[in-house]
Design a protein around this ligand. Structure first.
Ligand code: NDP
Ligand SMILES: O=C1O[C@H](COP(=O)(O)O)[C@@H](O)[C@H](O)[C@H]1O
Length: 506
């Protein structure tokens, strides 16, 4: 995507609702700086910020600059130069986006813009998504004309359950076409997530084994070292399941498990991902209770600090039963995956930052090698897709241990992106923005995929809404004991973060 061979995005006005907010200054502006620097956008990109705060564009620029000064983003001169170029093309309209007046001003601005292309980015609390789309439409701002596009990009969370996601989709689709709607999942901007498709579909030796004849089970982990911190209000109403599973973890799962698409165009890929997510087994209440565990971190030391318990976090109810960890065993009802469990887990305040997909292959059917005390079993092959940190791919195989005695030894063939490529400092939004600007929806979620994801987690939401408390786990651990039981009762174990190459290296 990035790099010198890619043509710059077409001219457009990028309208950011929520321009004075946290996401804009922390991620959107640094992304646009990176894109300006690498030539992914040219001087015909114009930015129009919308916010309720009064003041002119100088107020907004000062906000951005004071953030950039402290973030360490501007330490190299190329970025500073890119910012100087970009800042000249930023405008601001102060107004309340729940009222019509601001849309009239946006219409006026766009009518005087050098070209009619526009992408509207909703960097606003989710309760405003439907309203803004409705008002844009009522003011004729999403009408496309020949040669001029109008697009809407929507941040997460997309709904808070199946019913609300359906309602939001229906509302958006009554004002814009699916081809104009870009639902963001920032995991899809990660290089290693995009690499899952290449790993599978560019390598015969991998894809040929990619089914229940050879794969024993799949683990998807998104462990975070960070705790809930200052996000108590948002998090207590959300929890680990809603925050991470139907979006980020299911995107990883879909990439890993989908059928090969007929082509790499957006619709073919999204068709396959949608089909896969619709094949996730929808559990009964009893099955949901058996196949899901949840936890909340207690007080304790984490990363050199003394972390208060989740329930003592600012803006979290002391008797909260929101989970900060979730573990699931899911099944995909397709010919390819019948009988292969997918174990998923994610949580905050855990032992390490480690997002990975671990594919464990079946044991060889018959092994003549003598077993020895230190290794009574021949370990299965594993393919580890290290999403972050230290992006890479590891293949665990057995070799002969040197010496006269025939012994096997496990070794890991490690590939790290940073060892081979100059990936630079990216926010992860660069490829998403580029595709939004050029009109490629591959890295965005389609309505059916989102709804299928929510349908698969709804039984767990319903179950936990009945009451009960998450199990406690110590900060710096890998979650509650029930998470180990979930997988160990099947005779398997979680891949340990200390086994991850990134952690081994550190
Ligand atoms: N922050 C992050 O790291 C991430 C955020 N997201 C998502 O991005 C979205 C934005 O998040 P974030 O930036 O943190 O939120 P913020 O609350 O920081 O930003 C929202 C902005 O919208 C402004 N605003 C609120 N109401 C109005 C209104 N009626 N008219 C005009 N402006 C208004 C706010 O102004 P004021 O503050 O003055 O009220 C604020 O500047 C959310 O959907 C969030 O879930 C997703 C991933 C990461
Ligand atoms: O969307 C979210 O993602 C982050 C994790 O993203 P990462 O790119 O840092 O791995 C998570 O911390 C946050 O709670 C969630 O809202």
């Amino acid at each position: 995507m990035s790099g010198p061979n890619v043509a710059p995005a077409p001219p457009l006005t990028f309208v950011i609702f929520g321009a004075t907010g946290d996401l804009t200054r922390r991620l959107l502006i640094p992304t646009l700086i990176n894109m300006t620097r690498s030539g992914l956008v040219g001087d015909d990109l114009h930015i129009l910020g919308i916010g309720i705060e009064t003041g002119g564009v100088e107020m907004l620029l000062e906000r951005f600059e004071s953030f950039l000064a402290t973030s360490g983003d501007m330490q190299d001169s190329a970025r500073q130069e890119a910012w100087q170029r970009l800042r000249k093309r930023i405008a601001y309209i102060s107004g309340d986006f729940t009222q019509n007046a601001v849309y009239e001003e946006i219409a006026k601005y766009l009518s005087q813009a050098p070209n009619a292309n526009a992408a509207f980015y909703f960097a606003v609390p989710p309760r405003f998504f439907g309203d803004i789309a409705e008002k844009l439409s009522a003011n004729g701002l999403v009408n496309e004309t020949i040669g001029a596009f109008r697009r809407i990009a929507i941040e997460k969370p997309f709904g808070h359950d199946l019913a609300s996601a359906r309602e939001l989709n229906a509302r958006l689709l009554s004002h814009a076409n699916e081809s104009q709607i870009y639902r963001i999942d920032h995991f899809l901007g990660k290089e290693t997530v995009q690499n899952i498709m290449t790993t599978r579909f560019a390598n015969m030796m991998i894809e040929a084994l990619w089914n229940n004849n050879y794969i024993d089970h799949v683990q998807i982990t998104a462990a975070e070292l960070v705790d809930v911190g200052m996000r108590g209000k948002f998090y207590d109403a959300t929890g680990a399941l809603r925050d991470m599973v139907p979006n980020h973890l299911f995107q990883l799962l879909a990439m890993v498990a989908m059928e090969p698409p007929n082509s790499f165009d957006a619709e073919s890929i999204r068709n396959e991902k949608g089909k896969l997510l619709k094949a996730l087994r929808i559990y009964s209440r009893e099955e949901a209770a058996k196949n899901a565990v949840r936890g909340a971190y207690t007080a304790g030391p984490l990363d050199g600090n003394n972390l208060p318990a989740y329930t003592e976090t600012a803006d979290v109810s002391p008797d909260s039963n929101t989970e900060t960890f979730v573990g699931l065993k899911l099944l995909v009802d397709t010919w390819r995956w019948a009988g292969v469990p997918f174990y998923l887990r994610t949580g905050k305040a855990m032992k390490a930052r480690d997002t990975e997909v671990v594919i464990t292959f079946r044991q060889v059917p018959f092994a003549q090698f003598p077993r020895h005390e230190s290794r009574p079993e021949l370990p299965p092959n594993r393919l580890i897709i290290q999403v972050q940190p230290d992006e890479g791919l590891d293949m665990e195989i057995s070799i002969k241990s040197p010496g006269l005695v025939l012994k096997t030894a496990p070794v890991s063939l490690d590939f790290r992106y940073a060892d081979r490529f100059d990936i630079g400092k990216q926010t992860g939004y660069e490829s998403l923005f580029y595709e939004l600007f050029v009109g490629d929806q591959t890295l965005f979620q389609r309505a059916d995929g989102i709804e299928a994801g929510w349908a698969a987690v709804q039984p767990f939401l319903d179950l936990w809404a009945e009451g009960g408390k998450p199990d406690p786990y110590a900060p710096g651990s890998m979650g509650p004991a029930c998470a180990d039981e979930l997988i160990e009762r099947d005779g398997r174990t979680w891949h340990r973060p200390e086994d991850a190459p990134a952690v081994k290296k550190g």
